[in-house]
Design a binder for this molecule. Structure first.
Ligand code: AMP
Length: 494
């Protein structure tokens, strides 16, 4: 048997490969295969390989091992894999290798990556920056909520990599500042989600403008008819690589609790106090419910934030930065708003309201238990939601496990506090601030250790840096008194 010879220990990385002509299957038993495949075996360029090594990765995930060699040969790829399987690097790494030959021309991007949401687009950009650190890539990110002018400047310079949401991309085209006739590689990422969001026509319009001889890489978590049609219409004998669903039941422990409408929020607080998860994503069915729950939790001393549609981009960035860097314990979101959030190390998901759509339920709970960790998924159901619970049971082909509310006892450890605090520096990319500048100011200048500093996110106008709770006050004072990139800065704790 050929194909992927090594699968990392995590169950979700077990894969099966299917080629249209010769079917190859890699079973889960394959984990014990003696000859482990490493990134060095895949044919990536030395500069890309060095960046991968610096990122700390040596063993490719199945989607990476399956896609990269074919992508490097210029073949079309149909990857059935979800976020969390390492699929971003599966296309980013071979793309950077292939971009080493040739140059971009003004207004004619060499590659185009379509993403359903701004957050996913920004994450893909981060991957290009991380793995392209030994290259001089000109990356353009075309997403809503950001000014056209800045984006146009990047296009004008000639983009090696163009990452876009379909709507914004077409807006730019309408302004006549973008030509897709030079696209060598087109990536349609999260294709099923884009179809769900009504982007099919946009994808077709965009794809038709790319030259027919381009390479197409399409990734989708599921393979419904719509995707199959898209693949048939726009791809040339693609290599199909399928990775097992990452919502494998064994990694997610589901617990159901019966509640009443008035006690629902109280039970959320009890769950948090009992299990003390570091990061919890709580789903509500409506925006109002999100707001109400956050208010209740905040009143009880929890660090909770709400995410729903209609937030301004700046507010959304701030909320996501605080949650991702572990300085907020709970993010309360609607399903729509939570699309595209990919937060690592999510310890728990709470279904504050049961969703009437069982597929949405599976999607929600799939946010936890990633990367081989066991996750907790709590569902609170009132009598009037039992019908929806029944549908979920049928869909998952397993009965719900019900737990009693009196099992939820407080631990006596005091209020649940997040381990980190976010400091906001007024100033971002516009001021040419880079994560290294902030890290330098905190470690070299202020004398903190690298371990005391968490995630650093630089957005256009502002920078978020997470620091351990016990040094937050001192770190803020030292940053306010010192300099970042040779300039005084204003810093506040969020
Ligand atoms: P993705 O599916 O692209 O969203 O990636 C999920 C997570 O896996 C990201 O945090 C990556 O940094 C991480 N990752 C990607 N490739 C590897 C690898 N080969 N080994 C371990 N982790 C990886």
């Amino acid at each position: 048997m050929t194909g992927v010879r090594q699968a990392p220990s995590s169950k979700k990385y077990r894969a099966c490969h299917q080629k249209p002509k010769t079917i190859e299957t890699v079973s889960s038993d394959n984990q014990t295969a003696p000859d482990a495949l490493t990134f060095a075996d895949l044919g990536l360029s030395p500069k890309v390989l060095a960046a991968v090594t610096d990122a700390g990765y040596t063993i490719p995930t199945p989607i990476q091992a399956g896609s990269i060699p074919h992508a490097l040969l210029g073949k079309d790829i149909l990857g059935i894999a979800q976020t969390g399987t390492g699929k971003t690097a599966a296309f980013v790494l071979p793309m950077i290798t292939r971009l080493e030959k040739g140059r971009a021309r003004a207004r004619m991007p060499r590659t185009l990556i379509l993403e359903p949401t701004r957050e996913l687009a920004a994450q893909v950009e981060e991957n290009f920056i991380r793995y392209g650190k030994n290259h001089k890539l000109n990356i353009a990110l075309l997403i809503g909520g950001v000014s056209f002018d800045e984006q146009e400047k990047k296009l004008e310079r000639g983009a090696d990599v163009l990452i876009a949401t379909p709507g914004r991309l077409l807006d730019h085209q309408g302004r006549g500042k973008l030509l897709l006739t030079g696209v060598e590689i087109l990536v349609i990422d999260e294709a099923d989600r884009m179809l769900d969001m009504g982007f099919l026509d946009d994808i077709v319009t965009v794809t038709k403008q790319c030259p027919p001889e381009r390479q197409t890489l399409l990734f989708s978590a599921t393979y419904p008819e719509g995707i199959e049609k898209l693949a048939k219409q726009f791809m040339r004998s693609p290599e199909q690589i399928t990775v097992a669903d990452s919502t494998e039941k064994s990694l997610i422990e589901q617990r159901f609790y019966e509640v009443t409408r008035p006690t629902r929020f109280e039970v959320v607080a009890k769950l948090l106090n009992h299990f003390r998860p570091v990061s919890t994503l709580a789903f509500c069915n409506t925006k109002q419910q999100c707001k109400d729950l956050v208010t209740t939790l905040q009143q009880q001393g929890f660090s909770a934030l709400a995410l729903y549609g209609e937030l301004e981009q700046r507010e959304r960035d701030q909320v996501l930065a605080q949650f991702a860097n572990r300085s907020a314990s709970v993010l309360v979101a609607t399903d729509v708003a939570s699309r595209g959030i990919d937060i690592k190390e999510l310890s728990a998901v709470i279904n504050v309201d049961i969703t009437p759509d069982p597929e949405v339920h599976v999607h929600r709970i799939g946010r936890t238990g990633r990367a081989g960790e066991t996750g907790l998924a709590f569902s609170l159901a009132a009598m009037y939601e039992m019908g929806a619970v029944g549908k979920i049971e049928q869909y998952q082909k397993q009965p719900s496990t019900w737990h009693k509310l009196d099992e939820l006892t407080p631990t006596g450890k005091g209020p649940l506090l997040p381990p980190m605090v976010t400091l906001q520096i007024l100033g971002g990319r516009k001021e040419k601030i880079r994560p290294g500048d902030v890290l330098g100011a905190l470690t070299a200048d202020a004398g903190f250790s690298r371990e005391q500093i968490g995630k650093i996110v630089v957005t256009e106008f502002t920078t978020f840096v997470a620091v351990q709770r016990d040094i937050a006050r001192e770190a803020m004072q030292k940053l306010n008194a010192g300099k970042v990139k040779g300039k005084s800065v204003r810093v506040r704790a969020l």
